[in-house]
Design a protein. Structure first.
Length: 74
């Protein structure tokens, strides 16, 4: 159970940063290149998909390093 809490805490902290960076990058690129709101939203969506992929890879690596085991009562 302790490993699960650790991994969930990691996912919340890193996920906030990764998705915030993805959305900010889409917004900034659209603004700098004067691409408009619609393209900005598309870029935010594409970068958010990349952020989701990064989070999935992080989950796999975190659960390899800290396996989630079921609690057995003795």
């Amino acid at each position: 159970m302790r490993n699960l809490i650790t991994i969930l805490g990691l996912m919340v902290l890193v996920g906030t940063e990764v998705f915030a960076a993805a959305i900010a990058a889409g917004w900034a690129l659209a603004g700098l290149l004067d691409l408009g709101d619609r393209v900005g939203h598309v870029l935010m969506g594409v970068f958010s998909l990349v952020a989701g992929w990064i989070m999935l890879k992080l989950w796999h690596r975190a659960t390899e390093a800290e396996p989630i085991r079921s609690v057995t009562h003795r």
